[in-house]
Design a protein around this ligand. Structure first.
Ligand SMILES: NC(=O)c1ccc[n+]([C@@H]2O[C@H](COP(=O)([O-])OP(=O)(O)OC[C@H]3O[C@@H](n4cnc5c(N)ncnc54)[C@H](OP(=O)(O)O)[C@@H]3O)[C@@H](O)[C@H]2O)c1
Length: 272
């Protein structure tokens, strides 16, 4: 039985990289952190889910290229799952993405900019925003990385240890965001008087994937060159926005620069 005096916080997708960071940032609360085994969000919440005071909905289909082949499957999680999280009736944080934007604005995207997703993944996330309900903070972030799970930093650390050179896309620009910083900013947002609605929470600074890879190799002291290639050379299945830098026009909590996030991530990965 939980402590009746503490806020009851439910985290979905607790096995993912953001879910793990949220479990740490909200550790002082009465936490129910559920992996897919505890709640497959394609279905309504099981009876074992305690009535929460706050839901942090981090479960999602995040395989951007895979969503092109199975958009229905992605929608079941990203739209159906968000609707089920909203049905709990508690204030909800629904995470969304820079991939709801088309990438052709030429300057950073703010909350009032109109979305126009290029990919099936982006479309399912945008539909997910629409079903989050009236009592939701829709938190858009971008290019997430952390010490666990599948992410660009971990992929580059593996590649950089095995190879002399990696080819990395240099014509997509965004804000690589450390999950620890996003979790802390989420904590700040929900603890403030911030009204429900769309909020952009992404790292300070911006770069291309190739810039990011070079910074990873430099900080991790890996002797690996970055060969800068174009999106079309890379040939990913799903189209992605060219420039999807997120900024807030609403005074959202500010996150540290992506280089600080990278340093924290590498420190968390280093053997003790
Ligand atoms: N990753 C990014 O670059 C990025 C960028 C912007 C926004 N976001 C958004 O940020 C949020 C968190 O992303 P993340 O990077 O932490 O993703 P992640 O590491 O892939 O974690 C997502 C979690 O959701 C779980 N999940 C998938 N289908 C589920 C289902 N049907 N029921 C319950 N759980 C399910 C996954 O479990 P399994 O491991 O079992 O599949 C995984 O643990 C998502 O809303 C994502 O769209 C991510």
């Amino acid at each position: 039985m939980g402590d009746p005096l503490r806020r009851r916080v439910l985290i979905t997708g607790a096995g993912g990289q953001l879910g793990a960071a949220l479990s740490r940032a909200f550790a002082a609360d009465d936490l129910q952190a559920l992996t897919r085994d505890g709640w497959d969000v394609r279905f309504p919440a099981p009876a074992s889910v305690a009535r929460p005071d706050l839901v942090l909905h981090a479960a999602a289909w995040t395989n951007v290229d895979g969503a092109e082949d199975d958009p229905q499957g992605a929608a079941e999680v990203n739209v159906g799952g968000t609707a089920h999280a909203a049905e709990l009736g508690a204030p909800l944080v629904a995470y969304s993405t820079d991939y709801v934007f088309g990438g052709r604005k030429g300057s950073p995207y703010v909350e009032s900019d109109g979305p126009s997703p290029l990919s099936a993944y982006g479309r399912t996330k945008l539909h997910g925003e629409a079903v989050a309900g009236e009592h939701a903070w829709i938190v858009r972030s971008s290019w997430l990385f952390g010490p666990s799970g599948h992410n660009f930093v971990r992929t580059m650390l593996r590649a950089g240890a095995e190879r002399d050179e990696v080819a990395v896309v240099d014509d997509q620009r965004g804000c690589p965001t450390y999950v620890g910083h996003l979790a802390a900013a989420t904590h700040e947002l929900v603890g403030s008087a911030a009204p429900f609605g769309v909020w952009h929470l992404a790292a300070g600074g911006d770069c291309t994937w190739a810039d990011f890879a070079e910074a990873i190799f430099e900080l991790a002291r890996l002797d690996c060159r970055v060969r800068r290639i174009s999106t079309s050379e890379f040939g990913a299945r799903a189209p992605r926005p060219a420039v999807s830098i997120l900024r807030s026009e609403k005074g959202a909590p500010e996150l540290p620069h992506w280089r600080d996030g990278l340093a924290e991530c590498l420190a968390a990965l280093a053997p003790a």
